[in-house]
Design a protein around this ligand. Structure first.
Ligand code: NAD
Length: 370
């Protein structure tokens, strides 16, 4: 398909190709939708096999950010950037400062952050050239590691799932299988353990398990065995595409609720399969919105207590998602997409009223909308 046809289909507003010979920068910034506010999304650095593959990825990811921000009640649009290159060998100051110049050229329509292959240090180079960057260290007035807020949001979201499934949101005594013992899982397990849940944990890296066991008690299982655990909740916090034909045959859980991105291997097929099996699935981009909530707080002067408070709103958003899913008998991710689209349409109509005032932009939202 021709590029403009693709953009018409995906609904993207703007796609910018950034090229610079001196630094070797080859990057694409995709701004999907700015109805709710400036497009915020991380910069991924990856050795894509072709420019087409990079374009496809940035279009998919930026569209996902529009939905995530919308359903979280934030006044942010959806955007993402990719830098084509090997993050292990090709990162340097010049590359990220050059990228920062391009971001600055977008004059605030796109705000960047870290993502796979980029880190806080890279964002600090970007910040030397533009103020339109988040995810920088606390020492420089940024929000630092987003994982504590992401994990808290997942924990609160898991309670909303329990309430929906069992009529009571206590997780005391519940058996929970946690896949991955990285940043998000570690903080999540602390919340769950403190509430009295029985944890089954796994990771391919033994040292991660060791660190986790310093603060919580848990049964450790082999990575492949996590799907066969006799757990009521399965919490994926490592990989994408983890809800698929093979795992669904083995999972005995009643709830899937975790921080990992893109959990459904095939949104349509596996979203429907989960519904048919009577498993309650918390849409990944709803329950893991704490990370976005965290960086978005930098835009108003970062305070972790405010970010945590906002992340608590994930409970109410999930309740709306489950209600709509029940009413319309649709998978939960279809219900959350609908809620995100409705908000975009509604706020879009307010924007029309203000179209004479180009300075208008709503304050950063909170998760309190009904
Ligand atoms: P992380 O890299 O710190 O942790 C991931 C862990 O998963 C690692 O310890 C890794 O060894 C383990 N792992 C990889 N493959 C595995 C397998 N097959 N079986 C078991 N364990 C395996 O990453 P993180 O920051 O904790 O993020 C976890 C997930 O949550 C990712 O999908 C990420 O995209 C998503 N997410 C994270 C945040 C955040 O704030 N960090 C926000 C939103 C979404």
């Amino acid at each position: 398909m021709e590029t403009f046809e693709i953009l018409e289909q995906t609904g993207h507003e703007q796609v910018v190709f950034c090229s610079n010979k001196e630094s070797g920068l080859k990057a694409i910034v995709a701004i999907h939708n700015t109805t709710l506010g400036p497009a915020l999304g991380g910069t991924r650095m990856w050795n894509y096999t072709s420019v087409d593959a990079a374009l496809k990825d940035v279009l998919r990811l930026s569209r996902g950010m529009t939905y995530k921000a919308s359903v979280a009640g934030l006044n942010l649009g959806g955007g993402k950037a990719v830098i084509i290159g090997d993050y292990k060998t090709q990162k340097n100051e010049l590359l990220f400062r050059t990228f920062g110049k391009f971001v600055d050229g977008l004059a605030g329509r796109y705000i960047t952050a870290e993502d796979v292959g980029t880190d806080v240090r890279d964002m600090e180079y970007v910040r030397m050239e533009t103020k339109y960057v988040t995810g920088i260290s606390k020492a420089l007035g940024g929000s630092g590691d987003p994982s504590p807020v992401t994990a808290y949001g997942v924990y609160i979201g898991m309670k909303a799932c329990a309430k929906q499934k069992w009529g009571n949101d206590s997780l005391r005594g519940r058996k929970i299988a946690v896949q991955g013992a990285g940043h998000v899982a570690r903080y999540l397990c602390e919340h769950l353990y403190n509430e009295g849940a029985e944890l089954y944990v796994t990771d391919i890296a033994e040292e991660k398990i060791k660190i986790l066991l310093e603060t919580v008690k848990a049964h450790v299982v082999k990575p492949e065995e996590i799907y066969d655990t006799d757990a009521e909740i399965f919490s994926p916090n490592a990989l994408g595409a983890i809800v698929n034909d093979l795992t669904l045959e083995r999972l005995k859980c009643e709830i899937i609720a975790g921080g990992a991105n893109n959990q459904l291997e095939d949104e349509f097929k596996h979203g429907q399969a989960v519904l048919s099996k009577g498993i309650l699935y918390a849409p990944d981009y709803v329950i893991n919105a704490g990370g976005l909530i965290n960086v978005s707080n930098e835009l108003e002067g970062y305070r972790q207590d405010r970010a945590m408070k906002q992340a608590e709103g994930i409970y109410e958003v999930l309740q709306r998602v489950f209600r709509l899913s029940e009413e319309q008998n649709v998978p939960t991710h279809v219900a959350s997409n609908k809620i995100a689209e409705d908000r975009l349409n509604q706020v879009g109509s307010i924007r029309k009223i203000y179209s004479g005032n180009s300075n208008y932009s709503g304050r950063l939202g909170e998760l309190t909308h009904k």
